[in-house]
Write a protein that binds this ligand. Structure first.
Ligand code: PRX
Length: 633
C-alpha cells in the first residue's frame, strides 16, 4: 500500500493486514533494547532453541576480533534443525518439497528427513569420517545435498559445499584447502533440459587434489560416468547396506565448534574459507528468518537460491529447518521449459514466501506480465531479495506483478561472512525500492571515510558494522591473519568490521548499498574475485598477463570484461578471444565466463605493480580516470 507519510522519497507502507499478523509488531523499542542490551537480546533468542547445556557467557570478546558466542554451551545444529521437531507434531510436517527440472518431485517429512540423515550419517562414519574433519560436497540442487550437509553436521564433521556451477580448478582448490578426504557428488543434475557432468568435473578435480580417498556419488541423471574402483561408491548402494542404520545419535558439540566452511571470493587470489559454528550461527539464522520473513507454521517457504552459496546454507537449510518450516527446493532453471516455471510451482505447491535475487527478478521480468498472470500466485504473502542492490524498476515489477501490491519486499543485505541478515526491513517497515532499510536488531552500522569519520547524510562512503553478532564468521579457515587483515585492520582502533561495500544513509536513516569497493565482482548476484578470473586467464599458455573488471549489465547487474597481454609472438584474434572465454568457463565455471576479451600491450599499474582496475573501468565507461599519480607509466 502506498500512502503519504513522514518519510522522504518513494515510500511503500505495509497494510494493516500485514502489520496485524506480524511476528514483530514494533521495531523502535525492541531495537533500542537490543542495542542497549545486546547480550540480553541474543540470550532471549537463544532461549527459543534447545541446548544440551546452556552457555556460561553470551559473548566472549576477550580476544577481539575473534569473538565467541554462547561459550560453554553444548549443542548441535541438528538438535534444533531436526531432533527437537521429532518430539512434536512437526514430526509429520513436510520439511522439504523438492521438484526436479524434468518435473519429478519428492517430499520429506521431518521424520523422513531424519531417517535419511541418520542413515547417511552412519554411512559417513563407516567411511571413516571423524568429528572435526571437513567433507567437500559438490552437488546439484537435490534433496541429497541437504541430507549430506545435515549428516556431516550430525556427526560433528564440517562440510564445505562447492557450488555445482563451479568447475575443475575452483573445486580442486577448495578440496585442497580443506584437506578433504571425502567428496560427495552426483553424476550430474538437470539444467535447461540437459544433464550436467558433475562427476566428470569431480574426477578431474580429484586428479589435481590428491587428498580425496573416498568419493560418494548420487545417481541423478543416469548418464554414463567414470567410477574409480575402491574410491568411488554409489550413494544408493551405500544407503542399502546394513551399515546405513536408521538410528544415529547426534554428536554433542561445543557451541563454537565448526559447522561448515564456505569459500568466498575476496581481494586476494585464493578463495577464503569462512568458518561458521553450530551455536551462534543457528541462533542468528533462525532468529533473522523468523522475524524478517514472519515465519508461521503454515508457511511454505521458497528460497530460490542454490544451497552451494551462503543464502542456501542459511535460508534453505539451517534457519528454516530450525524454525520447523516447510521448504521448497527446485533443481533447475527458472525459465525452463517456459518462463512460467516458477509461477507454476508457486501455484502448485501454495508457496507463501518467495526469496530470490534481483538478477532472477530482472530475468523473469523480461518475459513480461502475461506469464505470471496465467497462474494463481495469490498464496504469496511476503517477498524477498538478496545478493546485489535491486534496481527500483525490478523492485516495482516484483511488488506489483508478483506481489499484487500486497506483499512487502524484504531486501536483505548481508554476506557470506555475516552468516545472516544484517540490514533488512521487517514486514512492518515502510519500504523504499532499492534500499535494504535499517540494521537488524543488535546491529549498528555506519558509512565512513577511510579514516573512520562518518560522512554526511546522503554521501557515499565505506559501510562498516560496529558490533559483533552471533552469526559472524569466526575466522578464515587456516588463515587468521588474512581474517584480521581483510575485515578488522582498517578500523582496528574503532573495532569495526569492514564490509567491502560502499553505501549511503539517507535522512530517514535508510541504508542504500551501492556496491563493492574491493576487487570482488557480483555477476548475477554470484560473488567472484578478479584475482581468480585473472589467474584462470593466465593459466592459458598464450596469456602472459590479465586483468578483469566489472561493467554494468542490464540483466546480470555486472558482467566481466577482461584485458589480456599475450606472450611474445602470439597475436590476438576473434578465435583466441573465444578460446580464452571458454577456457575461463572450463576452469572456473560458466558464471565466470568473461563477456569480452580485449587484447592489449600494457595494463595500467601502480609503481608497486598492482593493476589499477579502476582506471580500466573508468576508461571503458568513458569516465574521468581520477587520481593517476600512482600510475607507473
Ligand atoms: O555487495 C554486497 C552484495 O553481496 C555481497 C555479499 O556477497 P555474498 O558473500 O556472495 O553473499 C550474498 C548473499 C548474502 C555484499 O557485500 N549484497 C548482498 N545482498 C545485498 C547486496 N547488495 C545490495 N543489496 C542487498 N540486499
Amino acid at each position: 500500500m502506498r500512502k503519504k507519510g513522514t518519510f522522504e522519497g518513494d515510500v511503500y507502507y505495509p497494510s494493516n493486514d500485514v502489520i496485524n499478523q506480524a511476528n514483530v509488531r514494533e521495531f523502535d523499542k525492541l531495537y533500542q533494547m537490543s542495542i542497549e542490551n545486546r547480550d540480553g537480546f541474543w540470550a532471549e533468542q537463544a532461549n527459543e532453541l534447545e541446548w544440551y547445556k546452556k552457555w556460561d557467557k553470551v559473548l566472549d570478546d576477550s580476544k577481539k576480533p575473534f569473538y565467541k558466542w554462547f561459550t560453554g554451551a553444548k549443542t548441535n545444529i541438528v538438535q534444533n534443525a531436526i531432533d527437537r521437531h521429532l518430539k512434536t507434531w512437526r514430526r509429520n510436517k513436510i520439511a522439504i518439497i523438492w521438484e526436479g527440472e524434468p518435473g519429478d518431485f519428492r517430499t520429506f517429512s521431518y521424520h523422513a528427513l531424519n531417517r535419511e540423515v541418520c542413515k547417511f550419517s552412519n554411512v559417513l562414519k563407516s567411511m571413516g569420517v571423524r568429528k572435526g574433519e571437513i567433507v567437500t560436497i559438490y552437488m546439484p540442487q537435490i534433496p541429497e545435498l541437504v541430507i549430506a550437509m545435515l549428516a556431516c553436521a550430525k556427526i560433528g564433521a564440517a562440510h564445505s559445499v562447492v557450488y555445482g556451477g563451479f568447475s575443475v580448478e575452483a573445486l580442486a582448490e577448495r578440496i585442497e584447502d580443506a584437506n578433504s578426504k571425502v567428496l560427495i557428488t552426483a553424476d550430474g543434475g538437470f539444467r535447461r533440459g540437459k544433464p550436467t557432468n558433475l562427476k566428470g568435473i569431480a574426477n578431474e578435480a580429484i586428479k589435481r587434489s590428491p587428498t580425496i580417498e573416498v568419493c560418494i556419488c548420487v545417481k541423478r541423471t543416469g548418464e554414463e560416468c567414470f567410477m574409480e574402483n575402491d574410491r568411488d561408491f554409489w550413494y544408493h548402494d551405500l544407503m542399502g547396506l546394513p551399515i546405513a542404520n536408521a538410528k544415529c545419535d547426534t554428536e554433542v558439540m561445543d557451541a563454537e565448534d565448526m559447522l561448515f566452511i564456505l569459500y568466498t571470493s575476496g581481494t586476494t587470489g585464493r578463495p577464503k574459507g569462512q568458518v561458521h559454528t553450530h551455536g551462534g550461527y543457528g541462533v542468528f539464522t533462525s532468529t533473522t528468518h523468523r522475524m524478517v520473513f514472519d515465519i508461521k507454521d503454515d508457511d511454505r517457504w521458497w528460497c530460490a537460491a542454490d544451497p552451494g552459496w551462503i543464502t542456501g546454507h542459511s535460508y534453505i537449510v539451517y534457519g528454516p529447518l530450525i524454525n520447523g518450516t516447510t521448504i521448497m527446493m527446485y533443481e533447475g532453471a527458472p525459465n525452463h521449459p517456459y518462463p512460467n516455471r516458477w509461477w507454476q510451482m508457486i501455484e502448485k505447491y501454495g508457496i507463501t514466501v518467495l526469496y530470490t535475487s534481483p538478477t532472477a527478478i530482472r530475468g523473469l521480468m523480461r518475459f513480461g506480465d502475461a506469464w505470471p498472470a496465467r497462474h494463481d500466485i495469490s498464496s504469496l504473502r511476503l517477498l524477498g531479495s538478496v545478493g546485489e542492490p535491486i534496481n527500483p524498476e525490478a523492485w516495482k515489477w516484483y511488488y506489483k506483478v508478483i506481489g499484487n501490491e500486497k506483499c512487502p519486499i524484504m531486501d536483505t543485505w548481508w554476506q557470506t561472512e555475516t552468516g545472516g541478515f544484517m540490514i533488512t526491513p521487517l514486514p512492518i517497515t515502510p519500504l523504499k525500492p532499492g534500499s535494504a532499510t535499517k540494521p537488524f536488531f543488535g546491529n549498528e552500522v555506519a558509512v565512513v571515510d577511510d579514516k573512520g569519520k562518518e560522512v554526511a547524510t546522503g554521501e557515499e562512503g565505506i559501510l562498516v558494522i560496529k558490533n559483533p553478532w552471533p552469526g559472524m564468521a569466526r575466522t578464515i579457515y587456516g588463515d587468521e591473519k588474512l581474517f584480521v587483515d581483510t575485515y578488522w585492520k582498517d578500523f582496528k582502533k574503532q573495532g569495526w568490521y569492514k564490509t567491502g561495500d560502499s553505501a549511503r544513509i539517507d535522512k530517514d536513516g535508510y541504508v542504500w548499498v551501492i556496491g563493492r569497493i574491493d576487487d570482488v565482482i557480483k555477476v548475477s548476484g554470484y560473488r567472484l574475485g578478479t584475482a581468480e578470473i585473472e589467474s584462470a586467464l593466465v593459466s592459458h599458455p598464450d596469456v602472459s598477463e590479465a586483468a578483469a573488471i566489472a561493467l554494468p549489465h542490464e540483466l546480470k547487474g555486472n558482467a566481466i570484461h577482461s584485458y589480456v597481454i599475450l606472450i611474445a609472438g602470439k597475436a590476438g584474434s576473434k578465435e583466441l578471444a573465444e578460446e580464452l572465454k571458454t577456457h575461463v568457463a572450463n576452469e572456473m565455471g560458466p558464471i565466470a565466463k568473461p563477456e569480452d576479451v580485449i587484447f592489449t600491450d600494457s595494463l595500467p599499474k601502480t609503481r608497486s605493480g598492482k593493476i589499477m582496475r579502476r582506471v580500466l573501468k573508468a576508461r571503458a565507461l568513458g569516465q574521468d580516470e581520477g587520481d593517476l599519480s600512482t600510475l607507473e607509466d
